[in-house]
Ligand binder design. Sequence first.
Ligand SMILES: Nc1ncnc2c1ncn2[C@@H]1O[C@H](COP(=O)(O)OP(=O)(O)OP(=O)(O)O)[C@@H](O)[C@H]1O
Length: 672
Amino acid sequence: MSNSDSSTTKTNGDQFARKGMSNGHASGMGHATVEIQDGKTVVMDDGRKPPLAIVLKFVDVKHTVAIESRFSWSAKRPFQFKRQSAMEKEILHGITGSVMPGEVLAIMGPSGSGKTTFLNLMGGRALRGMSGNITYNDIKYNKALKRRMGFVTQDDVLFPNLTVRETLMYAALLRLPNSLTRSQKIKRAEDAIIELGLERCRDTVIGGPFLRGISGGERKRVSIGHEILTDPSLLFLDEPTSGLDSTTALRIIQVIKNIAQAGRTVLTTIHQPSSRLFYMFDKLILLSEGHPVYFGKANGAMDYYASIGLKPLIAMNPADFLLDIASGNVNDVSIPQELDKSALPNGNDEAIQPPAKDVREYLVNTFNQELAPQERAKLFALESTREELKLAISEKRLWSITWTQQFSILFIRGLKERRHEFLSWLRFVQCIAISLIVGCLWWRSKIQTEAQLSDQAGLVFFIAIFWGMFPLFTAIFTFPLERAMLAKERASDLYRLSAYFMARTLGDLPLDLVMPCIFILIVYFMTNLRVTAAAFFLTTLTVFLDVVTSQGLGFLIGAVMMDVKKATTLASIVMLAFMLTAGFFVQHIPVWMKWLKYVSFNYYVYKLLIKVQYSDGEVYDCGTGCQSVGTSPSFHGIQLGGGGMEAWALLLMVAIYRILAYIALRRMKTGG
Ligand SMILES: Nc1ncnc2c1ncn2[C@@H]1O[C@H](COP(=O)(O)OP(=O)(O)OP(=O)(O)O)[C@@H](O)[C@H]1O
């Protein structure tokens, strides 16, 4: 019945480290020797420090979630809606244990038993609602630990347009320290490709819902490669083998095992491993509806259950047996007397299977009496970690590469990811087609009469609105669409948010400025706008300002909402309000609504464009009805001349919108 792990009973990470860990080709990520001796850092062959040995302990870990509060309605009081108080549900009911460096802990249990929740808590994620104690080398979770952890989530979060090689190469460039040269980092990415058996799909794109790419198993392996490139001390994997054939699954678990043997602490949830896979795990935790029903050596599980009267009656994969009993299903399983008593005879001398609830209760109670006290005793017998290893856990880790390097890698990665978008001829066709339609509608426009002038002002207004709207509705998608990736990378502290923000907001700018250039070149001369070099360049500059301001507003709305639907709705309301107050439709806005005009960037852009077109002091021959332009200092309520104030207002908005978008992104929850 004993499931004790004698080699670890009196062991902690410190002692483990003293033993020295040879990884050789273990992780496959390098050919270095990992050794930590008596707290001295032994540098690996390629110049990196070996991963810090971390002992993970967890005592009485419980997790409670709030179940959404609802409004209730009763027919007796039809006009009264009652808010029901928020209900709480405990989904983990006190789990105790430890995992040592060098060990792989498998977390098993039926669907919904709390495996992912437990893994997340161990990885310092979604800690809200948790009680109990989780320590890493006897220190509680802190942000410095993020970069010592690798987390492979159930859903693979990868860029669909990057190839396998690019994905791993950018991960290596971002994650590995400057003690390695660029070519060494790329070599490590190549090693990962070979180790994970991804050679055949090296240059295939990852793919997504609308883009055919690598297979599901290959995606999973890329996700694992992405995380292990950094040599994390702690590796968490959520169902790394689901959907894979048994050979690929075995290969993955072998890689994971090698990673652990090189001194890492590894936790993985697993659904239905084959027997071969099952016996590769060092430790096992079996969950049943959030209760632990087994904790100990994986290869001791069957003996433990045999000792409490549960044995398969037919040849069975141990994992199938364990999942069956954890679900309360004891078909083809011998049952102990305690459960037999609860079964009622059906009159035909055939015992009825005990109810699943009784089986689960029996497992929980037996575990609490038999194994839980042993595990507790072992945990408390562990020597506490030496001070320097404790300190290493909370020491502020320096970024492995500089801000500028992070920025340039993220910039290039972003361009590669969106290369198809940039080079899409559709965007050019769209821009040229709209330009030609506008050019034809306002063909050789004149300003000799009031009506002609009004028509041309309509064109100027259209330019202001079009280049205020088009980039805005493109920019609002930026952050919501990258939310999952950003959350994942930020949770592992891959880069500074400022580097990502700058790279992402500047990445699209070159192309976003090419489009207005094409538009202006076509429209300006077709529609006969003021043909002087100064007017042409000032118009182009104003449109550029329009583009970057509206982009900033788009980034802000996207970052605040982080949801494409909500962001589009808000953007359309804001744009409509800004457009109506820009000065073309309504000139006499009620005083109490005037503030809207001053926050509308369309208002400043329209004013600037009007000033550029009509501020030359030239007296137009516009007949009797037209005294407005040239002869009058104002047009449509806009004071002609100057323009500095409008340009400054726009520049201020460019900065403010971006700063606010950055703050909104900072506040985004990463789960880390
Ligand atoms: N935020 C939440 N609010 C309400 N219930 C939750 C929440 N998070 C998890 N649960 C519930 O807690 C239980 C455990 O969920 P968890 O995802 O950890 O299970 P699992 O064992 O990983 O399942 P699977 O194998 O299907 O992925 C489930 O019943 C789930 O519905």
